[in-house]
Write a protein that binds this ligand. Structure first.
Ligand code: FES
Length: 636
């Protein structure tokens, strides 16, 4: 429940986040502002929320709240983890922040490119015939903006109609408009994460640094193919496809802009700026630039830094002078979305050895040792997005996303407990007591399982490896050994035709394997290829820096899919280095967070541009040892 300071009826919002994310980050990622001056580090004690049901109390909570308040559910939002469904009351903001918390605990001092200044000017008379523009510019001479024709055209009328009480609108040092009266508290911008599959828009109040509304939808380019390669191929086969793809991308941006403005009660004409974080292909397509060179060797971009364009150039009907900033790209397959993600995670500001992994059809990897930053791309294929997987589907209602297997149904021995994969926080929350069902499933939307999404695929394989039904080479063990290895699960190991499968969900006890949700031997192979591509990538990057697996101090799992993978399962299958699970962090939608940062601070935007010089792109595909290394990484 979110109250606002106007005292209007509180709004109710339901959001879905990876397990273990704090309430503070969950809110921030979903456009809900919570008071803070410390950026979620537990020191300002301002992020007060009321959580229903029993919630752990931290020592900071004890210092902040009275006994009655604690009993009533009051907690600091940055210290409460979402490990189960939570109902949270969020009070209105009490302070006007000078900084905003964005990305992975990044504090951004507000310095937006959009500035407004309210002035009351002297009316002209015969003794004071200064031109209108000079009159206005003298009143705001500290900002020294360059006048723009649009502002100049509006100036004479607006000055006189508003009795010379006007607000000057300055964007990126240009005077773009004059508005009647005082509109200084109406400064908005839209941050887009332009994904190949999903597009997310956040309407930001750049005066406060807070999100106003968030909306997402599937990219309307979907009918032209699920990944960038099929969309590039589509443009190569039919010259009419490029304008259609551009139109589809533009229609997606427009629909989302309308939605967030409607939800936020904001006039689109008061949206003065836009930032777009997209991969190189999505950026080229929305700008109507031929993407063909991105799809064929030697994989060349038309530009690493697209020019700033008018919002109207990409079909957006916002303020007539609103501009769109596109994030620069490091390479054809390490695009502006990854640069935005680096900004949001502070990859260039941390002295620790950190590995950033954005898992998808194309997996981007970045590693920093506090001194050098290297990046590369690994072609992981469609497995993580449910493609090429027998019962694969997108992470939508009915998708199995968490799997827990019990090899035996009698209580586990102390040794088994010691050896088992620690369950994820979500699993613990969902299954506090041991269920007699040997296959426990977490299903999106709590409905009948229909298929398996990427995080479910990783979990299924990790669990089958753990209980011993998959061997280290990724093969299902012989059927006659299954009753000894995992008696409670042996009847689940069966065949469809000649292919061996493991039954994850039977709709009814007599259902034939063909009618069940299964994991097939081929699915396991697909996942092995995907994870081997990724682990070969980070292994080679670590070698380039002269580091070993155990030197990595933090792994950031980014992107709409990566954020939902269970850290324990990722370690077990070798998708990430073998590290304690606490070093593996769900980073959320960091591309969108980076886009927000670029709108809230011109310094951060300059930081994104500077990353082009700071990051070295490493091409792996032409390395002579790549194939051998890839084969080494296939096993579990
Ligand atoms: Fe400062 Fe929680 S955000 S204490």
């Amino acid at each position: 429940t979110v109250e606002d300071a106007t005292g209007a009826a509180p709004a109710r919002r339901t959001v879905r986040v990876p397990p273990g994310v704090t309430v503070f980050d969950s809110a921030s990622w979903n456009g809900i502002a919570i008071d803070s001056t410390c950026g979620g580090h537990g020191t300002c004690h301002k992020c007060k929320v009321r959580v229903e049901g029993s919630t752990p109390i931290s020592r900071h909570d004890v210092r902040t709240f009275s006994r009655e308040q604690l009993d009533d559910g009051w907690r600091l939002a940055c210290l409460v983890q979402a490990t189960r469904d939570l109902a949270v009351d969020v009070p209105p903001l009490t302070t006007r922040p000078k900084a905003a918390t964005v990305g992975v605990g990044r504090q951004v001092i507000l310095r937006p490119a959009v500035q407004k200044r309210y002035v009351e000017l002297d009316e002209p008379n015969l003794a004071d015939q200064r031109p209108d523009l000079a009159r206005l510019l003298e009143a705001i001479d500290d900002l020294a903006p360059k006048p723009d024709l649009h502002a100049l055209r509006r100036l004479p009328h607006v000055l006189r109609a508003a009795d010379y009480k006007v607000t000057a609108v300055i964007v990126d040092e240009s005077l773009v408009d004059v508005e009647p009266g005082d509109t200084t508290d109406q400064r908005y911008a839209i941050a887009y994460d332009l994904g190949t599959t999903t597009v997310v828009a956040t309407l930001l109040d750049v005066a406060l640094g807070t999100p106003v509304a968030v909306a997402s939808m599937l990219n309307k380019q979907q009918p032209y193919g699920g990944d960038v390669i099929t969309r590039i191929s589509a443009t190569m086969m039919d010259p009419e496809t490029l304008p259609r793809l551009q139109q589809a991308a533009s229609a997606t941006l427009v629909e989302l802009a309308e939605q967030v403005c409607r939800e936020g009660g904001v006039d689109p004409k008061q949206v003065y700026e836009v930032a777009v974080a997209g991969n190189a292909t999505m950026t080229a397509l929305v700008l109507g630039i031929d993407p063909e060179p991105l799809g064929v060797a030697p994989f060349v971009m038309s530009t690493s830094q697209p020019p700033t364009v008018l919002a109207a150039d990409v079909g957006l009907e916002l303020h007539p002078r609103a501009q769109v900033f596109f994030f620069p790209a490091l390479g054809a397959y390490v695009g502006g979305d990854i640069v935005a993600g680096m900004l949001a995670t502070g990859m260039d500001r941390d002295k620790r050895v950190r590995l950033f992994i954005d898992v998808g059809t194309n997996c981007e990897l970045v590693i920093s040792d506090g001194d050098r930053i290297l990046s590369t791309a690994a072609p992981a294929g469609p497995a993580f997005e449910g493609g090429a997987i027998k019962c694969g589907m997108r992470a939508a209602d009915g998708a199995i996303e968490v799997i827990r297997l019990h090899a035996k149904l009698d209580p586990p021995s102390a040794e088994e407990v010691a050896q088992s994969t620690p369950p994820s926080v979500e699993e613990v929350a969902q299954q506090p007591s041991r269920d007699p069902n040997p296959v426990e499933l977490g299903v999106i939307g709590d409905v009948e399982p229909r298929g398996l999404c990427g995080s479910g695929l990783v979990d299924a394989v990790a669990e089958l490896v753990r209980v011993g039904l998959l061997d280290a080479s990724g093969r299902f063990i012989p059927e006659d050994q299954a009753p000894t290895v995992a008696p409670a699960l042996a009847d689940r190991l069966t065949k469809i035709g000649e292919e061996r499968v493991f039954v994850l969900h039977r709709p009814h006890p007599e259902a034939a394997p063909e009618d069940c949700v299964v994991l097939s031997q081929r699915d396991v192979r697909e996942l092995q290829f995907a994870k081997a591509a990724i682990s070969t990538g980070w292994t080679l990057l670590l070698e380039e820096l002269g580091l070993e697996h155990r030197d990595v101090q933090q792994v950031l799992m980014a992107g709409s899919f990566g954020s939902y993978i269970s850290p324990a399962a990722a370690v077990r299958i070798g998708l990430v280095p073998k590290l304690p699970v606490l070093r593996i962090v769900s980073a959320g939608n960091v591309a969108g967070e980076g886009a927000k940062m670029a709108l809230l601070s011109v310094r951060e935007r300059a930081g994104a541009e500077a990353l082009l010089q700071e990051v070295t792109y490493v091409e792996l595909s032409d390395r002579p040892d790549f194939n051998d290394r890839f084969v080494d990484q296939l096993g579990f």
